[in-house]
Design a protein around this ligand. Structure first.
Ligand code: KG4
Ligand code: ZN
Length: 356
């Protein structure tokens, strides 16, 4: 049953290494937002350290939330709901964000929404202003981030069907691992893309795992191993910059070819489910990559699909998408109990609790 949501919604994101809060008007306009990356805290360790992430969320979230609510010109009592990522992700951070959200909801008698972080990525395409008239259901989602790599038929709020996914590494993970091999530090995706811009993508013929196979599963570990073997041939610390740039460009090209091929298969599967479906939405940090976007745009055009890629700040983890997912749920009268336990693993198809 529908619900007339009129007041703004607060969104909180703390599932990985971005501490973020946002306030959206009931119609989806962004009233205030903030994202704080913990990159510097984790960089010395070459990846996200869960304990450090949880402590950083704990120290930064309360101040950040107070600021965005004030920036929106509101007090907590003016809100119409509080939504927080409740999984999947690192449990420490999820507990911090969820408990703060529940505290605010309890103190101000507001509805609380436990948001599936993957659904938040999936529904981003429906934010006002991205697709004229709003992205209608059903559409195809390609989610390519550091932790996720999957194709999903998004058929409605809470209605998602996973068509395929990675059998080993996520695409972003492959970027990060290859960047590490090239001595680029962490996170590697953006640095690798910058290096690749100076390289020759045809110099190395890296494998394109899964290309041409039925279905839309992905695999990247063989590609990463092939890169490691080429790097090893140069010997420890002896990789010239020019070769590193060629390796980066060739690797990036191989990933783009794989993603475009898998997306093409997924589009065919989507059409078989819903003949009128014509949107391919790409989300997650890897969607920020220009070569990947160009390959996907071409694959989409070949199948009469339109590619929707949100601006980079909405592709990577943020709280605008969490608040928006909250709005979509609250409009349907869906909210969660304060006893909702955050879930480190939470597949998109599974709705744990939903109390209309
Ligand atoms: O969605 P996201 O911010 O966080 C999650 O993993 O949930 O994605 C981060 C991932 C990292 O693996 C990062 O290296 C990758 O996205 N990434 C990129 C680029 N920007 C971020 N990969 C390739 N090219 C980029 N420009
Ligand atoms: Zn994410």
């Amino acid at each position: 049953m529908g619900n007339a949501l009129t007041r703004p919604v607060l969104g909180i994101e703390s599932s990985c290494d971005e501490t973020a809060a946002a306030v959206l008007a009931a119609d989806g306009r962004v009233l205030a937002e903030a994202v704080m990356s913990q990159e510097r805290e984790h960089a010395p360790f070459g990846g996200v350290v869960p304990e450090i992430a949880a402590r950083a969320h704990l120290s930064h979230l309360p101040g950040q939330i107070t600021r965005v609510v004030a920036d929106a010109g509101l007090g907590f009592a003016d809100l119409g709901g509080v939504a927080a990522s409740a999984g999947p992700g690192l449990i420490g951070g999820l507990i911090v964000g969820s408990q703060i959200a529940k505290g605010i909801a309890l103190a101000h008698r507001l509805p609380y929404v436990a948001v599936n972080h993957l659904e938040a990525h999936a529904l981003t395409a429906r934010l006002p202003g991205l697709v004229e008239g709003g992205a209608p259901f059903p559409y195809l989602l390609l989610l390519v981030s550091g932790g996720h790599c999957q194709c999903v038929a998004v058929e409605g709020v809470g209605h998602h069907v996973r068509l395929g996914g990675t059998v080993d590494d996520a695409a972003g993970e492959a970027f990060d691992k290859v960047a590490k091999l090239l001595g680029l530090g962490w996170p590697g995706g953006p640095a690798l893309e910058r290096l690749a811009a100076q390289g020759d993508p045809t110099r190395y013929e890296f494998p394109r795992p899964m290309v041409g196979r039925e279905g839309c599963d992905f695999s990247f570990s063989g590609l990463k191993t092939a890169v490691a073997q080429v790097v090893a041939r140069f010997g420890q610390g002896a990789l010239p910059l020019e070769a590193a740039a060629d390796i980066a460009a060739s690797f990036q090209h191989a990933v783009a070819v794989c993603l475009a091929d898998r997306a093409a298969h997924a589009m065919a599967m989507m059409r078989a489910r819903a003949p009128r479906a014509d949107l391919l939405v790409v989300a997650g940090g890897v969607a920020a990559n220009g070569t990947v976007r160009a390959a996907l745009r071409e694959a989409a055009a070949c199948r009469a699909f339109r590619l929707v890629a949100a601006p980079v700040r909405l592709c990577t983890d943020n709280a605008v998408m969490v608040a928006w997912a909250g709005i979509e749920r609250l409009r349907l009268g869906l909210m969660d109990g304060l006893d909702f336990a955050p879930r480190p693993r939470w597949p998109l198809e599974v709705r744990a609790t939903a109390t209309p």
